[in-house]
Design a binder for this molecule. Structure first.
Ligand code: FES
Length: 894
């Protein structure tokens, strides 16, 4: 099969029915073309065929004989790629090749496109990270322009390009499926097609004899160590392979290993397993009323865990109130829908196990894999690939245990790449919630009491359910002073895929209930919604719902004040057609950065080689949020050298100290502090030897450190076990205090704050919601890199829009990206980001975390704006047109 690829004549040997995407990746090793869904839904595999963009996963190679194919590797470092870097248009980077190819086609015939033209041309490519705005900006601004590198000491606060961005725009970034060792076997997981079923596996020897290319079957009895894993030590409850009963649809019961070709064509239906379908409980309502040990033994009433925070006298609080509102809200499962499905490989090296692939938590993975294989932790190495989005779900193990068990027994590399359906069916989700809330205020509008009861569907296994149940009651007051408060959350086991971590750990669900109820309360009190929030906003010196008092850094009032000009403008009457109603809504967030009242350390190492290379061992996984860049900026300024002088190593559990997991908006705060301490400690070592002033200018070049009038020849110095002549390794662990039985204590050293304002139109005939503009003010303490801050805000808002208006994961029904909708270019309104910097007392340079915060206010602000437009409050998400119409009709009936 002859064709031209990136200007070179190629002769493919694969069968004519091979997908072009597979031929490019497997035969030509052009892995810049990514596979996100293999169904033409995500556009990650977009290439140019004779100049026209197409999804390479939908095109058999027979169809492109003689054609000219262009992939991202065929782009020439042109202005488009540098514009993506300059504008921060690539976050995790998994969608970036597809975006670049679609944009290349557009720019070939429309060199100066309008915003709408860009959105139309790139509309077939999904991005889950960026919110799309910076991608459009980049395509509209491809003139070559240099971004100057900041001088020593000026990196913090600079809008520098992502330090790892070059790989992302060139297609050279390697994700989990992009690197497979020669002679690898491949693995397919046999999963339960039933929500609950007993099973028996028949003669696997006969099965293997009858299937050429399949070499081995693994089940629970083949797990050498512990057939369980989990993310919280007291809740390690998920088996690698179910033993006799599968308790959610998608649960693994066995794995089949064979050649790549045999696994690709393998039909799960031929596997010899017999299912006996059992009654399932898929909702907390059903599970709470099922037999006491229905889902998991030892969990009475199928309740996994409960969290509670109480302060003041809740009964008295309501008794003293002038206005009271009681509401109930529900939200569904929400799928992370990162564009990179889980993938990686495992290989046994002597008596050690190496795992390569996408993850958010390499050191946690190492511990769990060691337990599963019965090895010492030091005998497991986790080598993270680039991570094509995570948002919380890649904190949990997924593919790793299967390939580890197989590679251990077979002593050959074993690789896996989840299909989109498998990724959606088997990995964790955002917890569905059912929340009843009662809020009250006095005659002046001061909040008197909040009573919150939340039931969360945590699925079949614990995952991060305990974290959600504990974090929600701490946050359900919102960033408001609440004298009388009671919040209770319960995580209930069901026969659904495990619910786990997803950007906010249950806080987004709780803030929908609180912020929508506060709009009703403000209305009862006759107070403007913004003024109500400002009147009650937590201030320095006031206790939170857990009794914690911050004397510095509480920035919610500043966020709300920043919205005031847009709020006043947006409230002005708009001339609209009769059935189109303009609405404006507002909501806030706060979010504690890091683990709740638990140790949460990060360690960062910086070393100087005899040649003068300055090496930063940065183990914090960059899932697109930018920790590779932000932590380097902080380290560079602390040491006193230009940021581009630092070379990055890691993450890799053999090479980088433990920087903790990438979750809970902790990396800028916790790992940033560790980087700052390490940089300062290394500088102190050098200053001590040279005895020069603290602020002396430091240069490291040609094997020599020069500082003030002194110099140190590096080649003459002894080298330590890491290969460095100077080295510092420092740890930072945020100061927190445990919560007592009433939830009183100091769960987080730092909170971040934010407020968003939504302007939208509601078509009252069709129930359609059109977002016009979102203004977002977020207090980050100190913006280490403002461009990355904006990227987080825009991306978080996109996920909040999805949560508000369209996303609804139904186990067994929406396990693909055409039934499960996420926001596209066309769903995004204009976003105006306002960065607020109220310095924090603990963060590096006063910085606070941001990643989770940005999603939280979006959905409640949208629901409040819909109600403001047409009087209809949608209480059961998502607010799809049918639900908006039903809510409008409910109002009309009253
Ligand atoms: Fe687009 Fe991550 S940058 S999916």
């Amino acid at each position: 099969m002859k064709l031209s690829v990136n200007g070179k004549a190629r002769d493919l040997t694969c069968p004519p029915v091979t997908r072009l995407a597979d031929a490019l990746r497997d035969e030509l090793k052009l892995t810049g073309t990514k596979i996100g869904c293999n169904a033409g839904d995500c556009g990650a595999c977009t290439v140019l065929i004779d100049g026209k963009s197409a999804c390479a996963c939908l095109v058999p190679v027979a169809q492109v004989e003689g054609a000219a194919i262009t992939t991202v590797e065929g782009l020439d470092g042109n202005g488009l790629q540098t514009a993506f870097l300059r504008h921060g248009a690539a976050q995790c980077g998994i969608c970036t090749p597809g975006m670049l190819m679609a944009a290349t086609e557009l720019l070939a015939h429309t060199p100066t496109p309008s915003r709408v033209q860009v959105e139309d041309a790139l509309g077939g490519v999904l991005c889950r990270c960026t919110g799309y705005a910076k991608i459009v900006d980049a395509v509209m601004d491809i003139a070559i322009a240099d971004v100057p590198s900041p001088a020593s000491g000026d990196a913090v606060g600079a809008r520098i390009e992502r330090l790892d961005g070059g790989l992302k725009v060139s297609g050279k970034e390697l994700f989990g499926a992009d690197e497979v060792p020669e002679h690898s076997l491949h693995l397919h997981v046999i999963r339960s097609p039933h929500h609950r079923a007993r099973f028996t596996i028949a003669d696997t020897e006969a099965f293997l004899r009858n299937n050429n290319g399949l070499f081995a079957v693994f089940t629970a009895k083949d797990v050498p160590g512990l057939n369980r894993f989990g993310v919280i030590p007291a809740f390690v409850d998920q088996p690698v392979f179910a033993v006799t009963e599968a308790i959610f649809k998608g649960e693994a019961v066995a794995a089949v290993v064979g050649t790549a070709e045999a696994i690709k064509t393998f039909d799960s239906a031929t596997f010899p397993v017999h299912w006996e379908v059992l009654q399932a409980a898929q909702s907390p309502g059903a599970a709470l009323h099922a037999d006491s040990h229905f889902i998991q033994p030892g969990r009475p009433k199928n309740t996994l865990v409960e969290g509670h925070v109480e302060r003041g006298e809740i009964v008295n609080g309501f008794a003293q109130s002038a206005h009271t509102v009681t509401q109930r809200f529900t939200t569904p499962f929400i799928e992370h829908a990162y564009i990179e499905p889980e993938a990686g490989y495992a290989q046994r090296v002597g008596n050690r196990m190496e795992i390569y692939g996408c993850t958010q938590a390499p050191h946690m993975d190492r511990e769990a894999i060691a337990d599963i294989l019965g090895l010492a932790r030091t005998d497991v190495r986790v080598m993270p690939s680039a991570c094509g989005g995570g948002f919380g779900s890649k904190l949990d193990l997924s593919f790793q245990p299967f390939i580890a068990v197989a590679a251990w027994h077979l002593n050959r590399p074993v690789a896996i790449a989840y299909t989109r359906a498998e990724s959606m069916a088997a990995t964790t989700k955002r917890h569905p919630s059912d929340i009843t809330i009662k809020v009250a205020c006095d005659l002046e509008g001061k909040i008197t009491a909040t009573d919150f009861e939340g039931v969360f569907n945590t699925g079949a296994y614990a995952s991060w359910g305990p974290t959600v149940a504990n974090r929600v009651p701490v946050h359900a007051s919102g960033p408001y002073f609440t004298p009388h408060y009671r919040a209770h959350a319960k995580a209930v086991l069901t026969n659904c895929a495990p619910a786990g971590a997803f950007r906010g750990f249950g806080v987004p669900q709780s803030m929908i209930a609180l912020e929508c109820s506060f709009d009703l309360l403000a209305e009862r009190a006759g107070i403007d919604q913004l003024e109500f929030r400002l009147l009650n906003a937590l201030r320095n010196g006031e206790p939170t719902a857990t009794g914690q008092v911050f004397n510095k850094g509480v920035g919610i009032a500043e966020c709300l004040e920043a919205l005031r000009p847009d709020w006043e403008r947006a409230k002005q009457p708009q001339a609209r057609p009769l059935h189109i109603k303009r609405g404006v809504g507002i909501a806030t967030c706060w979010y504690g950065c890091g683990n709740t009242s638990l140790p949460n350390p990060s360690t960062i190492r910086i070393g100087i080689t005899p040649n003068g290379d300055v090496v930063l061992h940065q183990g914090a996984i960059d899932i697109g949020q930018g920790s590779n860049t932000v932590i380097t900026q902080i380290a560079a300024d602390a040491l006193g050298i230009p940021v581009h002088h630092l070379k990055l190593v890691g993450p890799d559990t053999d090479l980088t100290p433990d920087a903790g997991k990438t979750s809970a908006s902790r990396q800028t705060f916790v790992s940033g502090n560790a980087a700052k301490k390490s940089g300062e400690a290394l500088r102190a070592l050098i200053l001590r030897e040279t005895n020069v002033a603290d602020d002396a200018i430091l240069t490291i070049a040609d094997g020599t450190i020069t500082i003030a009038t002194r110099s140190i020849a590096l080649h003459d110095r002894p080298i330590n076990q890491h290969g460095y002549v100077f080295m510092a390794e420092e740890t930072y662990d945020p100061p927190t205090k445990p919560l007592d039985a009433m939830g009183q204590g100091e769960p987080y050293a730092v909170y971040g704050y934010g407020a968003q304002l939504v302007e939208l139109d509601v078509d009252t005939k069709l129930g359609l919601v059109k977002l016009i503009r979102i203004t977002a003010a977020h207090d980050v303490g100190k913006a280490i890199n403002p461009m990355l801050v904006e990227g987080q805000i825009e991306g978080g808002i996109a996920q909040g829009i999805g949560m508000a208006l369209m996303e609804d994961f139904i186990p067994g029904r929406t396990e693909n990206l055409h039934d499960y909708l996420i926001p596209t270019f066309g769903d995004m309104p204009e976003i105006k980001s306002i960065i607020i910097e109220v310095e924090d007392g603990h963060g590096p340079h006063g910085a606070k975390g941001l990643g989770e915060h940005v999603l939280i206010p979006t959905a409640p602000a949208i629901l409040n704006a819909i109600r403001n437009a047409c009087g209809a409050l949608v209480r059961h998400l998502p607010a799809t047109p049918d639900k908006v119409l039903a809510a409008i009709q409910e109002v009309e009936r009253l």
